[in-house]
Design a protein around this ligand. Structure first.
Ligand code: CIR
Length: 253
């Protein structure tokens, strides 16, 4: 899928009140805004037209827009996020997406976070995690099947979301952590396995012919260089403190 657009949301002053399991300490909101601006700039450099929504009052995780929808070439599936405090984020994301796609909505008791959904070609891997349940995965699967796509559920036993650990870095290559390296569902792909001490770099974002990776992971960078794509490194330290990373800061389509 060639991307032309992205939707993002500027972090609010309350971003430190979001959900996190990290022990890295509270984020510096000023630094986070600088990192966010650099992220938007990188998406622009990849050729995308980027919508930047205003912070969503009362939703300190609202800038992690990826979790609120799954956008395919055919449809935008609006999620029912697995974390109850995040459910109020979806309405404004749906409003932004309705200009571009028909929307369908995941219904409770189904829950799903976009961070659990990896589209590779016309196939979807849907992580079953603390945030995404069987019903939510099935509803998304049925929605995309209606447009000729296929899907596979994948249990997520490590990390917050499936894409915390597994991402496509080319049409046929996945970057992944050791936890997923031998997973039978992923066996048909070339696999680049990140070192355990560089597991966070598994959340690398492919935007058309470029890769955007978190700064500070030299072994992963060297492995990715073999793909011959331009690499942009970004410091996302303040989002990492809130269990977020590069993929979760935008919806690309
Ligand atoms: C959360 O726990 O929901 C947020 N603090 C982080 C969400 C990160 N989203 C993503 O990786 N797709």
């Amino acid at each position: 899928m060639t991307f032309t657009h992205a939707i993002t949301r500027r972090p609010g002053k309350d971003m430190a009140s979001g959900i996190t399991t990290s022990t890295l300490g509270p984020p510096d909101c000023i630094k986070a805004l600088e990192q966010f601006d650099a992220y938007v700039d990188a998406l622009n450099r990849c050729g995308l037209s980027v919508t930047v929504l205003d912070p969503l009052e009362g939703h300190p995780d609202g800038h992690f827009v990826e979790d609120a929808a799954v956008v395919t070439p055919d449809v935008a599936v609006i999620t029912n996020p697995g974390a109850p405090p995040r459910r109020g984020e979806v309405r404004s994301i749906a409003a932004a997406l309705q200009h571009y796609r028909q929307t369908v909505w995941v219904q409770p008791p189904g829950t799903i976070d976009g961070g659990d959904v990896l589209m590779v070609g016309r196939h979807f891997f849907i992580g079953l995690s603390d945030r995404t349940n069987q019903q939510g995965a099935r509803q998304l699967g049925e929605a995309v099947t209606g447009f000729g796509c296929t899907w596979t559920p994948v249990p997520v036993a490590a990390g917050l979301h499936f894409k915390s650990s597994v991402n496509a870095v080319s049409e046929d290559t996945l970057l992944l952590t050791r936890d997923f390296a031998d997973h039978p569902a992923l066996a048909g792909f070339h696999r680049i396995v990140v070192l355990p001490q560089e597991a966070y770099a598994g959340n690398t974002l492919r935007v058309n012919d470029r890769l955007i990776m978190p700064a500070g992971f030299p072994d992963t960078r060297q492995k990715l260089q073999a793909l011959g794509k331009p690499i942009i490194e970004l410091d996302v330290s303040e989002f990492r403190k809130m269990d977020g990373g590069l993929t979760c800061l935008s919806l690309r389509f």
